[in-house]
Write a protein that binds this ligand. Structure first.
Ligand SMILES: NC(=O)c1ccc[n+]([C@@H]2O[C@H](COP(=O)([O-])OP(=O)(O)OC[C@H]3O[C@@H](n4cnc5c(N)ncnc54)[C@H](OP(=O)(O)O)[C@@H]3O)[C@@H](O)[C@H]2O)c1
Length: 344
């Protein structure tokens, strides 16, 4: 395992983050305590130090298991948890990005994790109602109170993150150091605005669902999942995504690696700041994912994957890149074009 700096901070995190959403069986998709511990131990043994959880995951069990598994060694882990989603349903203020829920959620998380600080606090998802001022000032306060070291943001439009970070920089508050987004070979729409925005701010890019709910492992290439597991995956199990998954498996066979590893390395090779959050229900799945760190994909494989999973960037990106606009924007006196992408 190698380590990376988390965005523009000096915090050292493993190049693969362990997702702890599968710690606990409350949601029907996770592992029991014994198997969760095995996953945790295998990740730690491989050199992993970066673990992603949330106040909401498996109704608090994820954070409680983590606390037990870390024991007295808590300091050596970079623990990232999240706030915004409810952890009790009978209180209208037990959800959202506002200050009351922020303080309440962080206190609950610290109790469940049995620690007095969080390394990273993610705003889990944008509520569309709290102002950027309230959010960024509130987050800066929890940092100044010593309860959180760094802040980051998940599932939020690019223009909101840009507003929040610009505001924080101008006011001398802490800004978001990382961006967590759904990003994979079957979900490339963040390439339109979220990823360029994250690069612009020097943020860590942390893709969730890097295996597209397991589709990119190739296990559904020829047979659909059991009926009981179909609902959550059904929206993603379409012919377009299965065609991408089959290409991933074909490349994996050629290279003598697994489809899981190919899908993860396609992501990791998009940008040095990409740190995928891998989810596993058992130790074999985790070991499969961790195997990606020992090789890189050759250029021709990257090219094939890039092509089969391509999306339209849409307006204004396609318009700005069109020959007509490039001509009126960059043509020199001889009429030679300078591609705007090469200038950046
Ligand atoms: N910020 C957010 O909104 C957000 C949202 C979702 C997740 N997350 C984070 O991201 C992490 C990963 O998300 P995810 O679970 O959605 O990721 P994913 O990469 O889409 O799916 C992981 C799932 O794929 C299957 N799988 C993994 N490795 C496999 C292998 N080698 N062979 C066959 N199947 C395999 C397992 O599920 P089955 O065995 O059940 O198929 C596993 O739970 C979570 O733990 C959480 O920390 C964040």
């Amino acid at each position: 395992m190698k380590y990376k700096l988390f965005g523009k901070t000096g915090l050292r995190v493993a190049e693969i983050c362990l997702g702890a959403m599968t710690f606990g069986e409350e949601w029907g998709t996770g592992a029991n305590k014994q198997d969760s511990k095995k996953i945790f131990d295998a990740y730690t043994k491989a050199g992993g130090n970066f673990i992603d959880t949330a106040n909401r995951y498996t109704e608090g069990t994820s954070e409680r298991f983590l606390s037990e598994f870390m024991g007295l060694d808590r300091d050596r882990f970079v623990i990232a948890s999240k706030y915004s989603l409810y952890d009790r349903r009978d209180d209208i203020n037990a959800a959202g990005n506002h200050r009351k829920n922020l303080v309440r959620s962080v206190e609950g998380t610290l109790k469940r994790l049995n620690t007095n600080y969080l390394d990273i606090l993610w705003l889990h998802a944008w509520d569309g109602t709290t102002t950027p001022e309230e959010v960024m000032r509130g987050l800066d306060d929890v940092i100044r109170a010593g309860k959180v070291h760094y802040i980051a943001v998940s599932d939020t439009p690019a223009w909101v993150v840009a507003t929040c970070n610009t505001l924080a920089e101008l006011r001398g508050w802490s800004s978001f150091a990382g961006l967590q987004i759904e990003y994979s070979l079957i979900q490339r729409t963040p390439e339109r605005d979220l990823i360029p925005m994250a690069k612009n701010f020097g943020m860590a890019i942390v893709p969730w669902s890097p295996l597209g709910a397991g589709i990119l492992t190739g296990k559904y290439n020829n047979q659909l999942p059991q009926q009981s597991r179909l609902t959550e995956k059904s929206a993603k199990l379409n012919e377009k995504n299965l065609t991408i998954a089959r290409k991933v498996s074909e490349i994996a066979n050629k290279l003598g690696v697994t489809a899981t590893q190919v899908a993860l390395n396609w992501l990791r090779q998009q940008h040095t700041q990409v740190i995928p959050v891998v989810g596993a229900r058992n130790i074999d799945q985790l070991n499969d994912s961790l195997g990606c760190v020992s090789f890189t994909l050759p250029a021709d494989a990257m090219q094939e994957l890039q092509q089969i999973s391509a999306i339209e960037l849409g307006f204004p990106h396609d318009f700005l890149a069109s020959p007509g606009v490039q001509d009126v924007m960059f043509a020199d006196f001889k009429g030679n074009l300078i591609n705007h992408r090469k200038l950046s």
